[in-house]
Write a protein that binds this ligand. Structure first.
Ligand code: DQA
Length: 147
């Protein structure tokens, strides 16, 4: 099964961007870990990142029919983007929302996610370790695990 791990704005700067919040792991490290963890689950993981809302929408459109599911860290667009929410619905794929930080422990404007209602679940607050957790959760969902 093909899985897309899609990262949004400013996540290309992981490792040096506010490490007290987001940690020291870089995006290439995260992507390599996703590919390696995917292999252990029998998933073929592709990774993409963009700082542009429309490009993220394009990635979701391209995933439609090609991927079995998506792990999405939409960054700040999580809190603002109706377009991304609509693209998640339009691509008709199971999407796991992911955040490195616990957004509920941060500023009030980060407490609202426009995309959460159209995702199958949310993993947040576990730093870079959240990505393999999200892949395992998506894998379980795709297998129909109920536990
Ligand atoms: C983030 C949380 C968002 O609020 C923020 O805008 C980000 C990163 C996270 O992974 O914790 O860019 O999605």
């Amino acid at each position: 099964m093909n899985i897309l791990v899609l990262n949004g704005p400013n996540l290309n700067l992981l490792g040096t961007r506010e490490p007290s919040i987001y940690g020291h792991t870089t995006l290439p490290d995260i992507e390599a870990a996703c590919i390696a963890h995917g292999k252990t689950l029998g998933l073929a993981v592709s990774c993409a990142q963009s700082n542009h809302e429309g490009a993220l929408v394009d990635h979701l459109h391209a995933a439609r029919g090609m991927m079995a599911g998506v792990v999405l860290n939409a960054g700040a667009y999580t809190h603002t983007s109706v377009a991304l929410r609509d693209a998640i619905t339009a691509c008709a794929l199971p999407v796991v929302e992911l955040h490195l930080s616990n957004t509920h422990a941060r500023e009030a404007f980060r407490h609202v996610s426009l995309i959460a209602p159209v995702c199958i679940g949310v993993i947040q607050g576990f730093g870079a370790r959240g990505y393999p957790l999200a892949l395992s959760a998506l894998h379980g969902h795709l297998r129909g695990d109920t536990a």
